[in-house]
Design a protein around this ligand. Sequence first.
Ligand SMILES: C[S@@+](CC[C@H](N)C(=O)[O-])C[C@H]1O[C@@H](n2cnc3c(N)ncnc32)[C@H](O)[C@@H]1O
Length: 341
Amino acid sequence: MLVCDWKGCPSEPVYNSDGTLKQSEFISISMAEPTSTHPPELQAFNHPDLDKNAHQHWENYQEADPRHASEPTKNFSNPESYQDWISSVQSERNAEWKFNVQFHEAADTESPPEFDKFTLFHDGVENYAMNNTTVSSKHLQNVANMTQEKGMFSPCMVGTLESQFLKMQCLIKGARRCLDVGTFTGMSALAMAEGIPHDGQVVTLEFDPTIAKAAQEGFDASGEVSKKIRLILGNACDEMVKLKATGETFDIIFIDADKENYIKYYNLAMEGLLKEDGIILVDNSLCALLYDKQDIRSQKIHEFNQYVKNDERVEQVVLTLREGVTIIRRRGQRGIKAGSE
Ligand SMILES: C[S@@+](CC[C@H](N)C(=O)[O-])C[C@H]1O[C@@H](n2cnc3c(N)ncnc32)[C@H](O)[C@@H]1O
């Protein structure tokens, strides 16, 4: 397995048979052709490798609470109602799955669990998701092409799914000010800039001058939206300390630089840079599973995940988007005491 060791890049390069770097498979640059009425073939649910322990989990669950034991299912070929569909097609399908509710906090572990896959998904999943996601703007496509042309490591970019996710987080939250920790060639910064109003700002941090120059070129070619982006060349920790000293605060802080320092970035965000009702988004949080076991970044991300899990100040969700994205908010924002708060 190729280890991604390059300045916090999240994934590995994919090569063509002739040895050239494969075009990023996670950048959608045109609207997908409509398919027939059916999605592409994907029989993941009964794939033998999906979860070797799935049956056991299900049996344990049934044993723990017999009320949930499934009845033998009728085999409707064309269920007429939603309930018929659940009791026939869906029950059978889900019998292979882990039960998906967590009843208690998992104990901390020293290291991440064994996971022998390169990606979280089966072939076709991300493409299908991308084909049904809004196509990136021309400016984002330009950044993707420019990154490729310059021979920079394209998998570092957040890609179509995640850039659209970032933009939509900004729109949904009504964010005005975002901090992008780890610019690379600028895709995440640009996506967030597209989701904030014209007088908003994305501050983006990059310590590599060559990469920063490329990012600035991409921003400059992006017309009006570029006016919302401020690129700072420097070490992310140092620059965050400076931003904090000058009293700058942010609605959204996206952490995507070197994985070894995630806890530092998180604490800098929590202790001054993040607005009271702001959110932190953290990229590659599931790379604790995906990176090589020997790669120290796997361990560091695991430590980060557990650090957040045990931080009483916040609540969070780890999304299985791309290589994992964690959303973190302070508890009790705006006086809302929901659930266990
Ligand atoms: C995974 S890439 C970021 C990708 C970017 N968010 C995008 O969407 O294209 C990580 C970037 O963080 C930069 N980086 C790593 N460590 C850093 C540090 N300590 N300070 C500033 N930038 C850093 C790397 O040079 C690299 O460009």
